[in-house]
Design a protein around this ligand. Structure first.
Ligand SMILES: N[C@@H](CCC(=O)N[C@@H](CS)C(=O)NCC(=O)O)C(=O)O
Length: 198
């Protein structure tokens, strides 16, 4: 497998993390995002959205981190990572959507503004990040894992990076004890790897 990657991207990291937990070897290819490589024709042929991550497996490019996690779970992982029962699958889908929306627009965008100096409304993103953290902390009061299953699922891996990197966006994680305990459970998984900032 080959991953078109960017080391500082939380979306790429969630794919690297899942591959590490699955003990699946992968070749990493750093994409020059600052140089605009992701908008050139050769890259757009892999992902017309012009974004990383893109995983290539068996000559097929797969893009979008949530889609890649789903693919890897179905192809290479124990069933517990994406359980077959209808209710848990719906819960996983809801959290994958949360990763791509609320988590990306809250802590993800706050990090882009503050760490990468991307112009925009840092305060607005920080406010959305606090809402994300409050909602997550309340959910994790009652559940060990996001999809309410006995074991972690791809939902946990999808949401984890930008929440754990909230500090990069100037958002304090200290008040959220249940989120902190969830981080510890994820970090204790065999094969866990971190990324810069974690
Ligand atoms: N929904 C996509 C978002 C991917 C995304 O935002 N990628 C960023 C890096 S984290 C990117 O490639 N940015 C460069 C650009 O948009 O030009 C996913 O989850 O993979």
């Amino acid at each position: 497998m080959l991953l078109h990657d960017f080391t500082l991207s939380g979306n790429c990291y969630k794919v690297r993390l899942f591959l590490a937990l699955l003990d699946q070897p992968v070749e990493l290819r750093e994409v020059d995002l600052r140089g605009g490589e992701q908008k050139r024709p050769e890259f757009l042929a892999l992902n017309p959205r012009g974004q990383v991550p893109v995983l290539v497996d068996q000559d097929q490019p797969i893009y979008d981190s949530q889609a890649i996690l789903t693919y890897l779970a179905k192809r290479y992982a124990a069933a517990s990572w994406l359980p077959q029962d209808n209710l848990t699958q719906a819960r996983v889908a809801a959290w994958l959507s949360f990763a791509a929306n609320e988590a990306a627009r809250g802590p993800g965008q706050a990090r882009l503004h503050r760490l990468f100096r991307m112009p925009g409304n840092l305060e607005g993103a920080q406010q959305r990040a606090v809402q994300v953290l409050e909602l997550l902390d309340a959910h994790l009061t009652h559940h060990a894992w996001l999809a309410e299953s006995a074991a972690p699922t791809i939902a946990d891996l999808a949401v984890y990076p930008y929440v754990a990197l909230a500090g990069d966006g100037g958002v304090d994680l200290a008040p959220y004890a249940h989120i902190t305990a969830w981080f510890a459970r994820i970090r204790a998984l065999p094969g866990y790897i971190g990324m810069p900032g974690l």
